[in-house]
Design a protein around this ligand. Structure first.
Ligand code: FES
Length: 137
């Protein structure tokens, strides 16, 4: 069964139009993390509508994990690597990004620390929104 955060390839193609070759989504990992291949400047990470109003859309972009979150009408992106000791930060309901290793929590609006032990914010990933898509800058 596919996670709601990780639509099937068929659903994705139906939603975006099969002719959009720029969409570089390669599939979903077994943990519901959407995989993005061939990541570089301009690579489409997701459709804006795929980013949930709460929590985050988790992506595997090459070797790194990226979280896409809603920030009002726009979308922000962060490296999922916790600045404390490097565990993968995960989204939770209630608009917090939480590290399961030691409990640090981060604000999806700016990646800032809400609760330690982390003392540094999540690293932002530069993205641009174009025609309803989130792309790497
Ligand atoms: S590695 Fe994230 S809180 Fe320690």
């Amino acid at each position: 069964m596919t996670s709601p955060a990780c639509p099937s390839r068929r659903a994705l193609l139906a939603a975006t139009g099969a002719g959009l070759g720029a969409l570089a989504l390669a599939g979903c990992g077994g943990d519901g993390v959407r995989e993005v291949a061939d990541a570089g400047s301009g690579t489409v990470l997701a459709r804006v509508d795929d980013v949930p109003a709460e929590g985050a859309l988790e992506l595997a972009v090459g070797e790194r994990r990226v979280l896409l979150v809603r920030a009002g009408d726009t979308v922000a992106a962060y490296e999922a690597e916790c600045p404390h000791q490097g565990c993968a930060v995960r989204p939770t309901r209630g608009n917090r990004l939480v590290c399961p290793c030691h409990g640090s929590a981060f604000d999806p609006a700016d990646g800032g620390v809400l609760q330690g032990p982390a003392t540094a914010a999540l690293t932002p990933v530069d993205v641009v929104l174009t025609a309803g898509e989130v792309r790497l800058a």
